[in-house]
Write a protein that binds this ligand. Structure first.
Ligand code: URA
Length: 290
């Protein structure tokens, strides 16, 4: 799919979301919030659902949590314009309550179709509802700051998913802000690992590079790596910088190197300064997201 075709599909989904009546949330919304960003990206951020400001503006993450998300992106040299940002549910749950299972289910096909159109290498989940979509059964306190293959049912079968606390969590529990920034340092490295995984898949463009001796893409310390930009294949095999491998994944070569601890990630990602890729105050902005 070309980027123009991806954008056309995203626009079509957005138009459907805008008039959707599949669940009760449409009755109380001001505007539906399909998501925004560039169709030409490898990285999608998925939050929980619109809050007060998002509901009024029809845009994701424009309240206080959005300001923090922009700061997190800025911390790794990225901007909102370089990624795509959306939510599990596209309409605001009243009083920012948690979305109900039937509301999540009703909205799920929209996110699935968005992911199919974008075909991201990396999905960054913000909060436990988003995490549950890509890693059912995981616990955010245990997996935040780590990445693993996305559940194929999520709509992003070829993506890695990186779990983070919801930015709004840090608005209510100040100590989580440092955790969020530390976890964010691992996101560029996760993108690099996601690219390696995709290029090693049968039929991918990178498979031939692997066949001539490269074990995937490598990054120089401090190198700029942008979402959407290709990385030059490494001339020689690179040691895996990730320290921990989950035992139950060890028998699967393609997923062997892609489960790591937050600490391991934070250390390994530190030298990467930038991985290039192709408000109003809201006191009630998204409670209970962690
Ligand atoms: N919280 C979310 O989960 N999504 C938004 O768009 C804004 C706040």
């Amino acid at each position: 799919m070309t980027d123009v075709e991806r954008q056309t599909e995203l626009d079509a989904i957005g138009a459907e979301v805008a008039t959707c009546t599949r669940c009760r949330l449409h009755q109380t919304r001001t505007m539906a919030v399909p998501g925004e960003g560039t169709a030409a990206t490898e990285v999608v951020f998925v939050g929980e659902g619109p809050g007060f400001n998002e509901d009024r503006q029809g845009k994701p993450f424009v309240g206080q949590a959005g300001t923090l998300l922009s700061e997190l992106l800025g911390a790794v040299g990225w901007s909102r314009e370089e990624v795509f940002i959306t939510n599990v549910v596209k309409c605001r749950p009243p009083e920012n309550r948690d979305p109900e299972p039937d509301e999540i289910a009703a909205c799920a096909p929209f996110l699935t179709r968005q992911l199919a159109a974008l075909d991201p290498a990396l999905v960054v989940t913000l909060g436990r509802f988003s995490m549950a979509r890509f890693n059912p059964g995981a616990r955010i306190g245990q997996v935040h700051g780590t990445f693993r293959p996305a559940d194929p049912e999520s709509g992003a079968p070829d993506a890695l998913t990186f779990s983070m606390y919801h930015p709004a969590a840090a608005l209510h529990q100040g100590s989580l802000k440092a955790t969020l920034f530390r976890d964010m340092e691992g996101v560029p490295q996760a993108l690099v690992e996601a690219r390696k995984l995709r290029s090693s898949k049968p039929g991918s463009a990178g498979e031939s590079a692997a066949a001539i001796g490269s074990e995937g893409a490598a990054i120089e310390p401090g190198a700029a790596i942008e979402p959407g930009a290709a990385i030059e294949p490494a001339p020689t095999a690179q040691p895996d910088p990730l320290s921990e491998v989950s035992a139950d994944r060890a028998e699967t070569p393609s997923t062997q190197a892609i489960f790591s601890s937050a600490d391991g990630l934070a250390q390994s990602a530190k030298p990467v300064e930038r991985v290039d890729i192709a408000a109003e105050s809201d006191p009630t902005d998204q409670l209970g997201l962690f």
